[in-house]
Design a protein around this ligand. Structure first.
Ligand code: NAP
Ligand code: ZN
Length: 363
């Protein structure tokens, strides 16, 4: 027996937003657009969305203050704007940061009595109707129920522990055509790590495995183009589909230890989310006693083994980060209290095992 639940309707391909945006008219007459500071103004997505909403006579309010790895403070600020303007629904436009922020903002608007970090503590909260338009090919947040929020007080990031699937994801790879090389690499590696962590997951099912195997084939194409520095529109389209498939897979299984181990590093070292995952995955793979599924994965991505993968990743991500023994001790202890991520791992892993993954990845 297995369950598959991913209720988001997907429109994927050229002009998928402009051609299908009319469905938003069913959800009200005022939209809050949650986006980042700059990129959606430059890649054409904000213009497309604004003019489509204008044509539908839907008023739009823009909150364009979402930073990378969005903080609770930003989410509360966006919620205040949404409450004042009495919007009917919410659209996350951008990378994972604005999409995740939109999910959480939708909850604070729908539940105006919530304060501060209540979102982490009150179960089963509903959101305003939420829609997603990704402009990076990494997180798959357009098809997941998750929202990862930075908590400065705790010096880390946490999933909000609610379930908010976007109602519709409008996915058009053209918004990603001009993403700078470093963001392209970080986000592609993030999508790959979703596929990996879903495939090697205690919650994996036949269906999530099939999704991952399809995603791995797409990653093999994307990886060759990234290594050759030959990023074409076809690469962008494959990367976008890989990212969405990765999202559909983690919506079923959750992520596993690289994501859990990475949050503190991302926070404390100011690394991009995908870069941290990239630095951890080879040693995570090497830590498995049972390598059988990992061998299947390497065949699908057309890479010989974890050592070769590590070489490729360090070519793509040449920035080196080292952690002191004191930092590794602290992060290892903190991570071992993250029972949710640990239970998704298929093998027993203890303090020494986690310590070793950090040590080999960051030295
Ligand atoms: P991001 O933090 O949303 O954006 C990274 C950078 O890329 C920003 O500077 C952004 O600029 C820029 N950018 C976005 N789209 C662009 C485009 N089309 N062209 C040029 N630049 C563009 O990056 P992300 O990797 O997509 O998202 C990472 C976040 O998602 C993390 O907080 C992570 O924890 C979370 N996450 C969520 C899930 C989930 O299932 N919900 C899964 C994995 C990760 P602007 O700021 O100007 O837009
Ligand atoms: Zn991720």
């Amino acid at each position: 027996m297995f369950k598959y639940h991913m209720p988001t309707k997907i429109y994927f391909g050229e002009n998928s937003l402009v051609d299908n945006c009319k469905e938003l008219a069913n959800y009200g007459s005022k939209a809050l657009i949650v986006t980042g500071k700059n990129s959606s103004k430059k890649n054409g997505s904000l213009d497309d969305l604004k003019s489509s909403l204008d044509n539908l006579e839907i008023e739009s309010i823009i909150f364009d203050d979402v930073e990378e790895n969005p903080s609770l403070e930003t989410i509360l600020k966006g919620s205040d704007l949404g409450k004042q303007s009495q919007c009917d629904f919410i659209i996350g436009l951008g990378g994972g940061s604005p999409m995740d922020a939109a999910k959480a903002i939708g909850i604070y608007i729908k539940n105006p009595l919530l304060k501060n970090d209540d979102i982490f503590n009150v179960p089963n909260l509903k959101s305003l109707p939420m829609f997603a338009i990704p402009t990076t090919s990494g997180t798959g947040s357009e098809v997941t129920q998750y929202s990862v929020i930075t908590l400065h007080g705790e010096k880390t990031k946490k999933n909000f522990n609610q379930i908010v699937f976007p109602i519709i994801a409008f996915i058009d790879p053209k918004y990603t055509y001009n993403i700078p090389a470093n963001v392209t690499i970080n986000t592609a590696v993030d999508a790959f790590s979703h596929l990996l962590e879903s495939y090697l997951n205690a919650n994996a099912t036949r269906l999530s495995d099939d999704l991952c195997e399809n995603g791995f084939k797409l990653f093999s194409e994307v990886l060759v183009d990234l290594l050759d520095n030959n990023i074409t529109h076809k690469t962008r389209s494959s990367a976008m589909l890989m990212s969405t498939i990765g999202g559909m897979a983690i919506a079923q299984t959750g992520t596993s230890i690289p994501h859990g181990m990475g949050y503190a590093v991302t926070y404390n070292k100011g690394l991009a989310h995908g870069q941290t995952n990239g630095m951890l995955i080879a040693d995570y793979l090497l830590s498995f006693k049972d390598q059988s599924k990992i061998l299947d994965m390497f065949k699908l991505i057309n890479v010989r083994d974890a050592h070769t993968l590590k070489k490729f990743i360090s070519k793509l991500m040449p920035q080196k980060i080292t952690l002191t023994d004191e930092e590794i001790t602290k992060y290892t202890t903190e991570f071992l209290s993250n029972k949710a991520k640990l239970k998704n791992h298929t093998e027993e892993i203890d303090y020494d095992g986690v310590y070793k993954i950090y040590k080999c990845s960051f030295n």
